[in-house]
Design a binder for this molecule. Sequence first.
Ligand code: BES
Ligand code: MN
Ligand code: ZN
Length: 496
Amino acid sequence: MDQKLNLKIDGFSKLKTKRVCLLVGDKLSLSAEASGIWDKTGLDLSALSKASTFEAKSASFFNVFAPNGVDADQILLAGIGDLGADSDAKDFAKAGGTIVNQLRALKASDATIIFDVEASAEQIAHFAAGLRLGHYRFDKYKTNPGKKDDLPPKELKLTLAVADKKAVTAADKIQNAVSQGTITARNLVNEPANVLGTVEFAQAAKDLEADGLEVEVLDEKQMTKLGMGALLAVGYGSRRPSHMAIMKWNGGKKGDAPIAFVGKGVVFDSGGLSIKPAGGMEDMKGDMGGAAAVTGIMKTLGMRKAKVNAVGVIGLVENMADGNAMRPSDIITSMSGQTIEVLNTDAEGRLVLADALWYTKETFKPKFMVNLATLTGANIVALGDQHAGLFSNDDDLSKGLTDAGLKTGERVWRMPMGPEYDKLINSKFADMKNIGGRWAGAITAAQFLKRFVGDVPWAHIDLSTAMGVPATPICKSWSTGFGVALLDQLVRDHHE
Ligand code: BES
Ligand code: MN
Ligand code: ZN
């Protein structure tokens, strides 16, 4: 059971909500529109501040029962510190997230946020994105039996009142698309694998047709015909059929080569016969975080009608232990023709991506490919959960992604690659083996992928940031939806 958020952007007009939220700068300053409302209360802000602990620092609040002439019952003073035109997008989003969570904590059912801080329409749109992302929860399976009184209001109706409704509405169209793509990715990752299997995920990709995308889903028969022996081997142990979903957004010039996003979609990774330890295995319902991010960015591009041709390709499989499962020592043949000796069935993501990358390169001749995957524990050891690992054969693409990461807060950190690492995956019996040695596990995994991209500019993002990250004002959920904002920024900065 969760609360719905209904967010409207409006001009300054007569208040229609019970609660009004005024943003207070750290000099205890209210801008014109907010002052107009506050003055009607007859209260002295600095006296109030002296008598309380409210100093208008960011993330501080003071709730006032509104007396007299104000058309609302309550005024929430929200400290925003020094937020203003010089602040960056992330600060605006953070402020939005902080405020919406305070409204949640107050069990508010409606509020008008008077946003007359000096800021561009884009900055205000990032604040709105913060409201949406910060409000997100994944509570659909909590029924709260017997605690009906404790339930939050079913809906939170928010009005974001701004000076230039038209400009903010236009900027919000883009940021709302990014938020909805991120929320789509979060939902997919949070959903348990008994509910979201390969078939259900393929359907979620199909659902993007409603956003104007063209979606094709390949089944095992078609993938067998294409020779995808690596991807298919991962699914041998599962009762669920493997699929590949191909999502196309054609918003660019007709005939222009597309850009391509490729995702690892292991709906559950038990490790297969090289089974994982029990502790933490539950996190592997999120081993489709790469595919979720690809689905999310494709939704975003469609929603905001991006002027680019883009294709999203996701390999959907389940890695289980079973009589039909692939074995350590099996030698499989990938779509590229290269053979792979499987030495650990838990290094399955690279097998999925080997065929997905090769298929994408051969079918679409893309300008570049970015793949996203929860590929290795080793990347988490290296970078923790604050940067995703970036591995690439192309300096421009790497720079574009690094810059986009700094702008959006979805940061990536480039890791080294090279022939000395590549040779660690040479195999005694086949062209390569699916694991390297004890060291540099994130790099040897990337070297493996590199053998399937030819000379297409390519980047691999190892998502140690997709789930289980400490909560922030704009993400209170286990899954983050990491990658959607990052890729959207890359597209907007370089490809539209
Ligand atoms: N999906 C896992 C990697 C992973 C683990 C991501 C935990 C996020 C959280 C991947 O399929 C895997 O099992 N990798 C192995 C590779 C090893 C067998 C070479 C790993 O990292 O231990
Ligand atoms: Mn695995
Ligand atoms: Zn995995």
